[in-house]
Design a protein around this ligand. Structure first.
Ligand code: ADP
Ligand code: MG
Length: 341
């Protein structure tokens, strides 16, 4: 075959595989956008495992007609203006999510800028755009994704059961809701009774209330407040009692500078802190918020932005191990009994 540049629609589809590997990943990106837009309320609908429908409605800053047209282009972002990849304050910054979703699904975005702007709508289906046209909508943005991966049938084969995909999508929303107790969330899955998590205060009490809303009062009751500081890095949140452990590590909720993450350094440090308190097949419930100078951590490691690289992993590990160990030894007797599931 001759050497050639790939057509942009194909490039988009290839890139889309990295950003949106499953419905949960698409939903995470869209809800992140709502948060970045300064939404106070976010309403989420997940239908048919998120494959049939994902819909996110927010009351954030919105977009005008020109911005709407740009939003679905690849590498179009309003969030990276000083070209400093090490000082990222928003959840998004790569300008890839909407273009990727539009490449593999039927995407429609309706938006109206806060203030007295007018509402417009744009559609992208399998990478094919229809021009922006007027729509009816209050201030904010409504993003609708239907028939995810209809344009890449091979990807469909990798999806799990509808139930598993729904659970993963709900999990993604939970993590973002834990990160932002100050935003009100409503979550509707498959016409079931909606979960509503009202906006809470931005302080520790608000955070605890949100944890109880999202994860249940059991979790909040069986956990200790923690707080630790080391060279400008701050760790806060809840550490579950060893008597309330789980059979898997899914209940470890980790946030770095407000971003939900999965990170080996953090997970390893938690394991070390509980190593004397729990058998190796049991996992604690933890909701940990690590805040540090954005220059100390690189979030641009993977398109999904859930992996990170710390400049000084040893420092982070020491902070976590020390803070958790102190809280756990002060707060509970040293037993290794297990509870919960
Ligand atoms: P990124 O979030 O990395 O910038 P996206 O593809 O997710 O890239 O979004 C592209 C752009 O579209 C954003 O930078 C933002 O300007 C705009 N946008 C997307 N979603 C919203 C929303 N819910 N409200 C307002 N603007 C949005
Ligand atoms: Mg984004």
């Amino acid at each position: 075959m001759p050497l050639r540049l790939l057509p942009s629609a194909l490039v988009d589809r290839i890139a889309a595989g990295e950003v949106v590997e499953r419905p949960a990943a698409a939903l995470k990106e869209i809800v992140e956008n709502a948060i970045d837009a300064g939404a106070r309320r976010i309403e989420i609908v997940i239908d048919g495992g998120g494959r049939r429908l994902l819909r996110v409605t927010d009351d954030g800053a919105g977009m005008d007609a020109d911005e709407l047209a740009l939003a679905v282009e690849r590498h179009a972002t309003s969030k990276l203006d000083d070209e400093d990849l090490l000082a990222i304050a928003t959840l998004g910054f790569r300008g890839e999510a909407l273009a990727s979703i539009g490449a593999v699904a039927r995407l429609s975005i309706a938006s109206r800028p806060a203030g007295n702007g007018e509402a417009y709508e744009i559609r992208v289906e399998g990478g094919v755009k229809t021009p922006v046209r007027p729509a009816a909508l209050g201030p904010g943005t409504r993003v609708e994704v239907r028939d995810l991966f209809f344009a890449t049938p091979a990807r469909l084969k990798f999806l799990k059961s509808e139930r598993a995909e729904t659970m993963a999508a709900v999990d993604a929303v939970r993590r973002l809701a834990l990160a932002r107790p100050d935003i009100g969330f409503t979550l509707v899955t498959d016409d079931k009774v909606p979960a509503t998590w009202p906006a809470r205060g931005p302080d520790a009490a608000g955070r605890r209330a949100r944890i109880a809303d999202v994860l249940g009062h059991e979790v909040a009751r069986n956990a200790l407040d923690i707080e630790g500081l080391r060279e400008g890095a701050r760790l806060t949140g809840l550490a579950g009692l060893p008597t309330y452990s789980k059979a898997n590590s899914l209940s470890q909720y980790l946030f770095v500078n407000g971003r939900p993450v999965r990170d080996k350094v953090l997970i390893g440090a938690i394991r070390a802190a509980y190593s004397d308190l729990l058998p190796s097949d049991r996992h604690p419930v933890t909701v940990l918020f690590l805040d540090l100078d954005p220059r100390e951590v690189d979030v641009n490691v993977h398109p999904a932005k859930t992996e990170l690289r710390f400049r000084d992993p040893g420092l982070i590990r020491a902070l976590i191990v020390r803070t958790l160990t102190d809280a756990l030894t002060a707060g509970v007797p040293r037993t290794a009994s297990t509870g919960a599931d």
